[in-house]
Design a binder for this molecule. Structure first.
Ligand code: HAM
Length: 433
């Protein structure tokens, strides 16, 4: 039996959501902000296919991670290739960087994306099987200013949307430091095994690092006492972290140094960071976005030498939810996009025929015009205009049609006046402006 048997046969799959017109104001606002920031920071847009080879993620995100181990939608395509629906984009962008020989391009090579991803997770609040991310990846430079700029970009994205955020930041050192640390951590956690949650007990063999971001209550005292990665990283990495946060201080961006932050993907080294809504930092699956440095990734994917790189991704369904929550809790409302300026109402067969022509002219002028050219009464049409928030209605009755005129009605005041059809475009433009 499928895990989705409660849905009707033609229903949407569990954990997936349609993006609907009613939410357009959120999606449009987030997209415009993302694009504006990407332009300002000079990132070029990249789009990679939704399907990639499975191997790309097993060898980058890591075989023992939840994403690869349990959450990939994988199947064999008609040509016998093992493919997956992309669970994330950093590996795909790095794959593209290598396959297009971008190492010879001028550095940093900066790319951004707005894309959908698939993870077969247990759906719950803020965790879906299809979700969207806005992300940025910067290749070619290992300098603390790169991370500072990425964090600044995320911070600006959220604050310009009106959202407060809490930033957690850590340095996990080199892959070797991490390996040594994991040996120590595993030893410690094994000694506490009987006190760990069932979920963490399972993780003990496959990926002990993940226990550090367990949200289970019984794990918390054990995590608090656990060895900290900061004691296992080289002096150079410690200094690197201090340099990153010095930039953040200069930018007046508040942050918390969080030694338990390790992130659930294997490709990272040194800097890692996550953004949360204030007060929701310890809620499972509540990060609004995260990222870090991944200097070995392109080499792992077949490039000749290492190429320093760092990036972030923001989970847009979670941002949308935060915006909605803010609207409910505070005196804040996102503006609707694409509001109708004009509703065109008409009465009678001859008017209908003339109407479409006039509507076309108004739209060519860049005005947003809607109508209902069905055979509804004038009252019904004006009600619809009201519902749509039209600023003005144009009314074309039989008399106006005969006289080459049209009535302009101000929907707020109800005032009406008649103008010549040949002047209506200029008249409306002037009113709307
Ligand atoms: P990630 O932490 O796996 O990192 O995902 C980034 C963000 O995507 C999360 O903080 C969350 O907001 C959102 N997200 C992840 N999974 C789900 C889900 N199942 N449902 C809803 N939202 C979700 C990455 O994906 C890395 N590629 C980030 C990165 C970019 N690192 C370097 N460059």
């Amino acid at each position: 039996m499928s895990d989705d048997s409660s849905n009707p046969p033609y229903g949407i799959l569990k954990g997936m959501k349609d993006v609907l017109p009613k939410d357009e104001k959120y999606w449009r606002t987030m997209y415009e902000k993302a694009q504006e920031l990407a332009d300002a920071y000079h990132y070029g847009r990249i789009e990679t296919p939704v399907l990639e080879r499975k191997e790309l993620f097993t060898s980058s995100v890591g075989e023992d991670t939840d994403i690869v181990n349990k959450e990939m939608y994988e199947f064999e395509d008609n040509g016998g290739n093992e493919v997956v629906l992309k669970p994330e984009n950093t590996a795909s962008v790095a794959r593209s960087f290598v396959s297009h020989g971008m190492r010879v391009d001028s550095k940093p090579k900066k790319m951004w994306y707005w894309d959908q991803f698939y993870r077969y997770e247990q759906p719950q609040s803020g965790r879906f099987r299809r979700f969207h991310q806005f992300g940025c990846e910067s290749f070619g430079v290992k300098e603390p200013v790169v991370e500072a700029e990425l964090i600044n970009m995320m911070y600006t994205f959220f604050s310009e949307l009106g959202l407060e955020t809490k930033i957690h930041i850590n340095n996990i050192g080199s892959p070797e430091d991490r390996e040594n640390y994991i040996v120590e951590l595993e030893g410690y956690l094994k000694s506490k095994k009987s006190y760990l949650s069932e979920h963490s007990k399972e993780k003990l063999e496959s990926n002990p690092l993940r226990i550090l971001d367990s949200k289970q209550e019984e794990d918390q005292p054990i995590i608090e006492e656990a060895p900290q990665i900061i004691d296992w990283i080289e002096e150079e990495s410690k200094q690197y972290m201090m340099d990153v946060v010095e930039y953040l201080d200069k930018l007046e961006i508040p942050y918390t140094l969080d030694s338990t932050l390790v992130r659930g993907l294997d490709y990272y080294n040194d800097t890692v960071f996550e953004f949360f809504e204030p007060g929701r930092e310890d809620k499972a699956q509540s990060a609004l976005g995260g990222g870090g440095r991944y200097d070995s990734l392109t080499k792992q994917l077949g490039d000749k030498e290492e190429m320093p790189a760092a990036g972030f991704s923001i989970g847009l369904e979670r941002v949308l939810k935060a915006l909605r929550r803010k609207e409910q809790e505070e005196d804040f409302e996102l503006e609707e996009v694409n509001q109708n300026n004009v509703f065109f109402a008409q009465l009678g067969e001859d008017s209908r025929k003339q109407a479409l022509n006039l509507i076309d002219k108004l739209r060519q002028e860049g005005l947003f015009v809607d109508h209902n050219l069905g055979k509804k009464s004038l009252r019904d049409q004006l009600e619809l205009a009201d519902e749509q928030g039209a600023e003005y209605s144009l009314i074309l009755g039989q008399k106006e049609t005969k006289n080459g005129e049209v009535i302009i009605r101000d929907m707020d005041s109800g005032d009406q006046r008649t103008v010549a059809q040949k002047n209506v475009v200029e008249e409306v433009r002037e009113l709307v402006d």
